[in-house]
Structure formats: structure tokens, C-alpha cells
Design a protein around this ligand. Structure first.
Ligand code: NAP
Length: 311
């Protein structure tokens, strides 16, 4: 019998209770969920999401792994009391959701859809023929689980896709670049730039005045990664100067985005409320159960976070 603690905001338990029970059953696991009376030193696994009460992992001496329900782990990876292995969420349904969100927003800007559906006024305007996808340069910063899936989906629509990662990568149909020189080259040709990097000390403010200036004039930015990837003031200045035509932002330094933040009122910014890709309880529960099953069988945990890299 394994003792599992659900350390996430209380409202999530209603969504996860049944899927977790089903996933544990299907994985052949016997699990009892910990409650407020369970001594921490008897907990075998912790399922974690930010915003819950658990901040000190020290008393969980027997815990074999902390399993994050979130793909991005910046709110736990720096916790000094966490000595247990940390696995992040790689959820096929979350990935599908991100691919759909990115593709939708890239197509919005590629086709200039707003010009036809916003402010209809009874005037039949002459059409501007957009380039075909095969003539459009799209770049993705981050070629991990989500970035590579989005890159492949866009390439399958014929976009000319360049992707950038830390270590060199090879993906069919994608121009893969890495390192500082690779970033400069990636930005230079990116008419539409999608940021799917994790929030780490190295990626903070990666899009700043200097890197935004490298983009082709009138470029579009789509950020479903993390708010800290972008220097907000530099982005606003680049929007006002026409260097950036539009920014579609799903993630922010402060969430919810404060009502008086200039992004809300800026005509060149679309704000979406961190909805690009949700972890889906049914599939996420299966990922969690599979990782516990593997660990109990002596197999390595999947999706382990490299604490030094921060993702
Ligand atoms: N808005 C939403 O709803 C939502 C939902 C889920 C996730 N997210 C965000 O999406 C992020 C990406 O998720 P994922 O699952 O794709 O992560 P992942 O698999 O860990 O991939 C991260 C990618 O970023 C690259 N990278 C990291 N640091 C870098 C650096 N300093 N320079 C260049 N490349 C760097 C990695 O390079 P290597 O390949 O060389 O390691 C990898 O390609 C998450 O961290 C989270 O912040 C947002």
C-alpha cells in the first residue's frame, strides 16, 4: 500500500480525485491518500501543484518522488527544502492543447484574420492576399515537449519553421538552431515568434530591447511560455515604435495580470488568462500513476527535472 499526498490547491481535488483513483486502479497500484492526520514521514509520493499549503518538504523523509501536475516547475524547483526527485508533467493532452492554441494564434496573425472579423462596418474592402504558409517564417524558442510538437504541427501546415533550443536538436522539417549565434539567426528571420521556454535564470528577459530589435520589423510575438521571458517595458516600447506589430500573451510576471497593467489597454496586445494549455486530469493522473508504477518496479522516473538547469 502506497501513501500519496495530494499537495495542490484544495479546489483541484474535486477534479483529480476520481481520475487518480481510476489511474491507480488501472496501473495496479494500491494507494491510500494522505490527509491532515497522516504523519509526513509515512508519505511515499507527493503530487504537487503550486498554490497549495505545502512549502516545507523536510519532514517527508520517506517520500520517493514529488510529481508535479504542472509542466513548468519554476515555483518548486528552487525550494531549498526539496531534496526528493522532482518529476514534471508531460501530459499528452496538455501537449495537444498547446499545439492547438499555438496553431490557432499563429494562423490568426498569418492570415490577418482580425482585419475581417473585428469592427465590421458594412464596407466591402478590397482584399489583401496573405502569403502562403510556405512563404512565412515562424520561429519557436524552446524545442522541448511542447515547442517541438508545435513546430512539427506548423511545419505540417507548410510554415517555414525555425526552432531554437539550448542543446542542438534534430527535428524533421524544422531548421534547428542552438546557442547564442543560433538565437541571433532565429530572431532575424522570425516574422512570427512563439516562446515556449521554461522560466529559469538563463531565460529571464530573453526578449529584451536588444533581442526584440533583431526581429524583422512588424514581427508578431506569441508567448504561452512564461511571463518572465519578456521584458515588459521593452516589449511595450517595441510595440509603440512599430518594431513589434502585435503580442499575444498568455502568461505574465504577475498572474492574474493586474487590471491597471498597460498590456490590457494596448491595442497591439492580446491578453489570454494562462489558458494556452491546461493539464487534463484524466491523462495527467495516468502519467502520475505510471511514474509511481515505474518507480516501484525499479525503473527510472520519467520527466525528471534537472535541478541545476531549473527545468
Ligand atoms: N501557458 C500554458 O498554459 C503553459 C502550459 C504548459 C507549459 N507552459 C510553459 O511551457 C514551457 C515549456 O514546456 P515543455 O514541456 O516544452 O518544456 P521542456 O520539454 O523542458 O522544453 C524546454 C525547451 O526549452 C529549451 N531551453 C531551456 N532553457 C534554455 C536556454 N537557456 N536556452 C535555449 N533553450 C532553452 C530546452 O532546450 P533543450 O532541448 O536543449 O533542453 C527545451 O528545448 C514550460 O516550462 C512552461 O513554462 C505553459
Amino acid at each position: 500500500m502506497q501513501t500519496v499526498l495530494f499537495a495542490a490547491p484544495a479546489r483541484l481535488w474535486a477534479k483529480y480525485q476520481a481520475p487518480l483513483a481510476e489511474a491507480f486502479r488501472q496501473a495496479g497500484l494500491r494507494v491510500q491518500m494522505a490527509d491532515a492526520t497522516t504523519p509526513p514521514e509515512t508519505v511515499d509520493y507527493i503530487i504537487f501543484a503550486p498554490g497549495g499549503l505545502l512549502a516545507d518538504f523536510t519532514p517527508y523523509r520517506r517520500t520517493r518522488a514529488v510529481l508535479s501536475l504542472w509542466a513548468g516547475v519554476e515555483r518548486i524547483v528552487t525550494n531549498p527544502s526539496l531534496t526528493q526527485p522532482l518529476a514534471r508533467m508531460v501530459d499528452p493532452a496538455l501537449c495537444e492543447g498547446m499545439v492547438e492554441w499555438v496553431t490557432g494564434h499563429v494562423l490568426r496573425h498569418h492570415l490577418g484574420i482580425d482585419a475581417h472579423i473585428l469592427g465590421q462596418d458594412g464596407i466591402w474592402r478590397g482584399t489583401h492576399t496573405p502569403p502562403l504558409a510556405r512563404e512565412r517564417n515562424v520561429a519557436i524558442l524552446g524545442l522541448g515537449e511542447l515547442g517541438s510538437a508545435a513546430a512539427e504541427a506548423l511545419a505540417s501546415l507548410n510554415f517555414r519553421v525555425t526552432g531554437w533550443s539550448r542543446a542542438p536538436r534534430e527535428l524533421p522539417g524544422i531548421r534547428c538552431l542552438s546557442g547564442a549565434e543560433g538565437l541571433a539567426e532565429t530572431l532575424t528571420r522570425a516574422e512570427i515568434l512563439v516562446t515556449l521556454l521554461p522560466d529559469t535564470p538563463e531565460t529571464e528577459n530573453l526578449l529584451n530591447a536588444a533581442t526584440l530589435a533583431r526581429l524583422p520589423r512588424g514581427a508578431v510575438i506569441i508567448n504561452p511560455g512564461r511571463g518572465k521571458l519578456i521584458d515588459d517595458a521593452a516589449l511595450l516600447a517595441a510595440l509603440d515604435a512599430g518594431q513589434i506589430a502585435h503580442a499575444t500573451l498568455d502568461v505574465f510576471r504577475t498572474e492574474p495580470l493586474p487590471p491597471d497593467h498597460p498590456f490590457w489597454a494596448h491595442p497591439g496586445v492580446t491578453v489570454t488568462p494562462h489558458i494556452a494549455a491546461e493539464t487534463r486530469p484524466a491523462s495527467a493522473a495516468r502519467v502520475v500513476a505510471e511514474n509511481i508504477r515505474r518507480d516501484l518496479c525499479g525503473l527510472p522516473l520519467l520527466h525528471l527535472v534537472d535541478r541545476a538547469r531549473g527545468y
